[in-house]
Every structure is written in C-alpha cells, then in structure tokens.
Design a protein around this ligand. Structure first.
Ligand code: SF4
Ligand code: SF4
Length: 366
C-alpha cells in the first residue's frame, strides 16, 4: 500500500511533469521528464536525486499558499526518509530512523560511558589522569587490543550494513544489479559527487538558507566531505605506520597521519559548524520537520568527532590525555554504530542515484 509520502510525491511529480518550469535547476526534473508515469521505485529514485536546494520551491507559482500546495523539497524529503527506513539492513534496525536525533544522542552518551566503564575495569584513575609521553602512550590508558579490536569489529559491521543497505536501496529504486557493472556511469557519478555538482544549482547555488541564491551551503558541504575523507585517510595511514612500518603512535606533528588528521579535522569543524548554522537559520517552509533531528544529530556527531580528535592532539602530553582519549573513542564508537542508521546513508544512496542518473542520461543521448 502506498504511503502518504509516496502518494503526495506522485501528485507533485505529475503536476511538475506538466509544468516543467524548473527543468534547469537540478537532475530531478530532467529525470522526471523521461517518464510519463511514476512507479514507486521511480519516485524513491527521484526523492534521493533531490538534494534539497529549494530552488524549485521559491520559483514555483503553485507553492503554498496556492491551492495546489506544491512543495517539492518537503515532499521529496519525507519520501527520502521513508526510503532510508525501507533500505536499512538488518531490517530490525529501521526503527532507528524514528526519533533519530534522540536515538543518535543516546547512543553517543552510552558509548562514552561504556568506554569509560571498560577503561576503569582495567585501569585505576591515577593512570587515566596521569601524564604519558613517548611511544605507545595512548595504549597505557586503553590497551591496543581494547582499542583496536572492538573498533575493527564495528567497522566490519558498518561496512556490511552499508553494502546491504546499498543493495536494498538499488532494488527499491527499480535498479538491476547487472546495471552496476557500468564503469562509465560510476566514473560520471564519482565526478558529480566529488564536485558536488548539483549543489551549484543552475550556476548560482542553492536558495538556502532563504530565498536568495548562495554557494555557501556547497562550500560548507565541500569542507565537511573532504574533511571527513582526510580524517579517514589519516586513520588508514596511521594503521599502515603501526602494522607495516612498525612505528607506534603518537606521531609527531609533521608526520603524514597527523597532518592529514589536523587538516581534515579543521575542515570538518568548519564545514559542520557552517552546515549547522545554516540549518538553524533556514526557512522552515520547504523543510520536512521529520528529518530535522536526523540531520542535526549527524552534523553534531561529525563535529564532536573532529573536535575531540583535535583536542586529543593538542593535549596529548598533558594529564587531560586519558580523559580526552576515552571521550574521543566513545564518540567514534557512537558514530560507527549510528552511521548506517542515520543521515550518513544519504551519501551512499546519493551515489547510487547518481550512477542510475548517469545510466539514464547516456541512454537518452544514444
Ligand atoms: S515546482 Fe512548480 S514551477 Fe517547478 S516544475 Fe513543479 S509545478 Fe512547475
Ligand atoms: S529542491 Fe532543488 S534538488 Fe530538489 S527538486 Fe527542487 S530544485 Fe531539484
């Protein structure tokens, strides 16, 4: 049975398909124009192709208070949230998308308390509050096995959750797995994603946070995306240093893992602060209230990950190191647990629809 969000998306897309005024704003309208009718899968695909720039809301002559009540960004945002729930793997965790903001906050608090509890089981408070310097100093507070094994298991579960959710999502939006062999489509999608091409709108940016065109959201999104990727690279380089080169942490400031982590962490702080500021200032009319908690909690979670990581770097030779290490590991554990069941999934689903869009557009040209 169709949900309210599906029915409303169908109504809105049918009207837009007759109007077509907004076809130059983003990828949604050209994709919509390839269809005369809309299956549930088509609508879920279009909902995830929308990146909530709001250009079509402010341009629309049928937007509220018009009786047609056309509100494309809000309608597609509500359907997007439903696809996140539907595609979640394992299915039992789809409930985490309900009251997601509260759920993510609680999981982070419990994770920090859990790491503190486990550390106190093996260490006395003098060690946690002491000063430790030199090779392996972090592991004097939390042993290497206690730090790396649970996080590695969580990372594997996270990867499995992401892959299975991606597969579910691909089916939900009407895709066949064989289509994923299209290398050209992947190259196009990677290029679009790395440039955040569609956040440039028709060339003037988004109508975000209000009805004026601006590139600011794209800039903050870029800082967040590349900051996250640099932090990810830093973790992997550090693992290479430890396991392959046999150089134990902590690493000097001018070493590759620390430089990558510092630049990435600062970019992440700037990007997430900016996105949070814009979100709190945005015009609420084109927004879905149901998505607000999920969006904010993910931004705050990334902000805390970078903030605690940078504080750990600054204070690693002081008695604050032990407490900061416990908080940072707790935040990272919370982030890993919630990633497949929160706003992070928009990254992988957006990639999926960009691949599908590239396939469709190449068929259109031939
Ligand atoms: S959002 Fe409004 S103006 Fe734009 S295509 Fe749809 S109906 Fe037309
Ligand atoms: S909000 Fe932006 S991305 Fe979404 S359909 Fe409208 S113009 Fe396209």
């Amino acid at each position: 049975m169709s949900s309210v969000a599906l029915k409303e998306s169908k109504r809105v897309m049918e009207l837009c398909n007759a109007c077509r005024y907004c076809e130059g704003f983003c990828a949604v309208f050209p994709a919509m124009e390839l269809r005369r009718t809309f299956s549930d899968g088509d609508l879920k695909y279009l909902a995830n192709l929308c990146h909530n720039c709001r250009d079509c809301y402010y341009a629309c002559q049928y937007a509220p208070p018009h009786q047609f009540n056309i509100n494309v960004p809000k309608t597609l945002a509500e359907l997007r949230l439903e696809t996140y729930e539907e595609a979640a793997w394992p299915a039992i965790f789809k409930k985490m998308f309900k009251h997601n903001g509260l759920m993510v906050a609680l999981i982070h608090i419990v994770s920090i308390l859990f790491v503190l509890f486990v550390t106190l089981l093996f260490q006395n408070s003098n060690v946690i509050l002491g000063t430790h310097v030199g090779p392996n100093s972090f592991y004097q507070v939390i042993s290497y096995a206690m730090m790396v094994l649970p996080i590695s298991v969580l990372a594997l579960l996270l990867l499995a959750g992401m892959l299975m959710s991606f597969k579910n999502f691909w089916h939900l939006t009407g895709g066949r797995l064989s289509e994923l062999k299209n290398i050209k489509a992947h190259m196009q999608a990677i290029s679009d994603a790395c440039q955040l091409k569609y956040l440039a709108g028709g060339g003037h940016g988004c109508n975000y946070p209000d009805d004026r065109f601006s590139m600011i959201r794209r800039k903050f999104h870029h800082a967040t995306f590349y900051g996250f990727m640099l932090c990810f690279a830093s973790t992997n380089v550090a693992a290479f240093y430890h396991h392959v080169l046999d150089i134990p942490s902590p690493y000097p400031f001018f070493s590759l893992p620390v430089l990558l982590g510092t630049i990435g962490g600062i970019a992440l702080l700037i990007g997430t602060s900016g996105l949070l500021y814009l979100k709190l200032r945005m015009d609420p009319m084109p927004a879905s209230k149901k998505n607000f908690g999920m969006d904010v909690s993910f931004i705050v979670s990334l902000f805390l990950t970078s903030l605690t990581g940078l504080l750990l770097l600054i204070f690693r030779s002081t008695p604050l190191m032990g407490s900061l290490l416990i908080i940072h590991i707790g935040v990272v554990v919370g982030l890993f647990i919630t990633m497949p069941y929160g706003k992070f999934v928009h990254g992988i689903y957006r990639y999926a629809v960009l691949v599908r869009n590239a396939i469709e557009q190449s068929h259109e040209k031939t």
